[in-house]
Design a protein around this ligand. Structure first.
Ligand code: NAI
Length: 459
């Protein structure tokens, strides 16, 4: 019998997890539960939202079901979900937005599978104040991380018989980072000739989703857009109360409801367990218990279709009453084989690292400076000052545009030929000697005659 790590979580978490445990017991799903803690209880007991024992339990069992956890706002606590996703390299987040019977929405016939890269992007969590007034977040998109999520999207599309995969991005603005995600998408798409592939800019995608959602089949997105767009898709099919999710990793998978811990209704018996039940159905499919998954899905659908709903969906049933109604409709369908199917753990395809001949030929030196443009040295060693920008807009050479100038200037130094890191250190030394307060440096590289960095607005 397979053991599943169960993290009940905070707020309504224990109530909705109890519903899953009761339904699984009634459906005679051959699994046992191993409870582990994460969230507020773990913070109180161990000062850490995800104790090592919990990660160890998931790693050992290779499968977990997780209730929502509360992330204290501000302070030093990292999100439990982000910690679990990153700590276990859960590289793809999978969400299904599918119209459900008796869940009233503005749209019918929606069936969108959303695959979100789950670890990188601004969620790498690398943020710094550059000056007292300027904060920065690094958006990291890697070839390997993008490859893992995008290949998973195409593999799932093929496995589920879906027809089209759409890459959602903002490569018109984030030409380098989202440009890389799109480049990898095109490369992978070329290998799946049986599946249609296209791409769309994220803002247009949102507009299309709220006007004609039925045009989409599978979406694949970088982390931040995926976070937002998948909630938008949840709204289209009836809200977070019915949105399931799974996090697929290299060696394990964690399934969870998409909604939060709903502190406003916790302990009142009002929570809707539909989302976590659908997540557990997704989990059973992943584990190969497809017969049990179908049985539970059918009972849930029949319950909703009969008009029994929790308050968030316009009904009057309590969590317990709703769960009992599902259990009463668990009819083992004798045509369905309940023997588990052996399912292969999805392959982790991220080995491709490319090498290019890079030439260092400059540096962007960011300086903190108030009251007008900084008087930077014009030439230092092999470098010439080529440009100053403020918040990405060129302010020198040429007339300074009438824009808000903050205390953070990018000073672009370029050499005529290749330079070394030692040259850059000498540049910083000279900038410091001239009393300038540098706070950040980026190296400017070229490969095959092409700049591997962006230009300033107006440059
Ligand atoms: P939330 O999803 O907890 O609640 C938003 C609204 O939806 C509330 O009115 C709530 O009552 C309702 N709601 C949510 N799930 C429901 C359910 N199953 N049945 C009936 N009503 C439901 O979002 P909120 O309030 O922004 O976040 C509360 C806490 O949850 C925060 O600490 C947040 O960090 C955390 N959170 C955790 C997540 C996770 O662990 N996966 C995801 C999102 C938020």
């Amino acid at each position: 019998m397979k053991t599943i790590t169960l993290i009940e979580g905070d707020g309504i978490g224990p109530e909705i997890c109890e519903s899953v445990v009761a339904v699984f017991a009634a459906a005679k799903v051959p699994v046992t539960w191993e409870k582990a803690i994460a969230g507020l209880e773990a913070i109180e007991k161990f000062g850490n939202g995800v104790p090592p024992e919990t990660l160890e339990s998931i790693t050992r069992n290779k499968i977990a079901l997780k209730g929502p956890t509360t992330t204290p706002v501000g302070g030093g606590h990292k999100s439990v979900n982000v910690t679990i996703r990153k700590g276990l390299e859960l590289y793809a987040n999978v969400r299904l937005a599918k119209s459900m019977p008796a869940v009233e929405t503005r749209f019918d016939g929606v069936d969108i599978l959303i695959i979100r890269e789950n670890v990188e992007d601004t969620y790498a969590g690398i943020e710094h104040f550059q000056t007292p007034n300027v904060a920065q977040c690094l958006k990291l998109i890697t070839r390997q991380g993008s490859m893992a999520a995008i290949r998973y999207a195409f593999e799932e599309a093929r496995k589920l018989g879906r027809k089209k995969v759409t890459c959602v991005h903002k490569a018109n603005i984030h030409k380098i980072t989202d440009g890389l995600f799109l480049e990898v998408f095109r490369q992978v798409a070329a290998e799946y000739t049986d599946i249609e592939a296209n791409d769309i800019i994220v803002d247009n995608c949102c507009m299309q989703l709220v006007s004609r959602p039925e045009q989409f089949d599978v979406l694949v997105l970088p982390n931040l857009y995926g976070d937002i767009v998948s909630d938008l898709c949840a709204g289209i099919v009836g809200g977070l109360g019915v949105a399931p999710g799974g996090n697929i990793g290299k060696n394990c998978a964690v399934f969870e409801a998409v909604h939060g811990s709903a502190p406003d209704i916790a302990g009142k018996g009002l929570a809707n367990p539909t989302a976590i039940l659908l997540s557990s159905v997704q989990m059973l499919q992943y584990m190969g218990h497809v017969g049990h998954a179908e049985m539970i899905q059918d009972a849930l659908t029949a319950t909703l279709a009969s008009g029994i709903k929790t308050r968030d969906l316009g009904g009057t049933a309590s969590t317990k009453e709703f769960t009992e109604a599902i259990i009463a409709r668990l009819h083992p369908n004798h045509d369905v084989d309940l023997t588990p199917v052996i399912m292969a753990v999805p392959a982790f395809h991220a080995p491709e690292v490319i090498t290019e001949d890079w030439t260092l030929h400059g540096a962007d030196v960011f300086v903190e400076h108030k009251d007008g443009l900084p008087d930077m040295p014009q030439s230092v060693g092999p470098f010439t000052l080529r440009m100053l920008s403020n918040r990405g807009t060129k302010v020198w050479p040429g007339p300074t545009p009438d824009i808000l100038l903050v205390d953070h200037y990018r000073c672009r130094y370029i050499a005529n030929g290749p330079v070394t890191r030692q040259d850059v250190v000498a540049l910083l030394y000279e900038v410091t000697a001239q009393g300038k307060v540098w706070c950040h440096v980026e190296l400017l590289n070229e490969a095959s005659g092409q700049a591997r960095y962006s230009k300033a607005q107006g440059e």
